[in-house]
Design a binder for this molecule. Structure first.
Ligand code: FES
Length: 84
C-alpha cells in the first residue's frame, strides 16, 4: 500500500526506515522524501512512528527475558532401580 502517492512511497518503505532508526517525520522526509510534495501523507506517515497507531508490534513489545535453564540432578544406578 502506498503511503505517499506523490512520491510512490510504500508502507513497507516507511516501516523499514523506522526500523533503521527514523524517529520523526523529518527523518522520514530526509530518508524517503515522504510528505515533500502535497503533504497529505504526513499524518499517516507519522502514525507509523513509535507511539503511533500503526507502529509495529516489534517496536512496542517489551524485551523478553532470557530463558532460564534448569539442570536436573543425575540419578545413580541405585536410585534408578529404586524408582523403576
Ligand atoms: S501524498 Fe505524500 S507528498 Fe503528496
Amino acid at each position: 500500500m502506498y503511503i505517499c502517492v506523490c512520491n510512490a512511497i510504500s508502507e513497507r518503505q516507511v516501516q523499514e526506515a523506522i526500523a533503521q532508526g527514523a524517529a520523526d517525520l523529518s527523518d522520514l522526509q530526509a530518508q524517503l522524501g515522504i510528505a515533500t510534495c502535497c503533504g497529505q501523507c504526513a499524518d499517516t506517515a507519522t502514525d507509523y512512528l513509535p507511539g503511533g497507531r500503526y507502529a509495529t508490534e516489534l517496536a512496542a513489545a517489551p524485551a523478553m527475558a532470557p530463558a532460564r535453564v534448569v539442570q536436573a540432578p543425575l540419578l545413580t544406578s541405585t536410585e534408578i532401580r529404586r524408582v523403576a
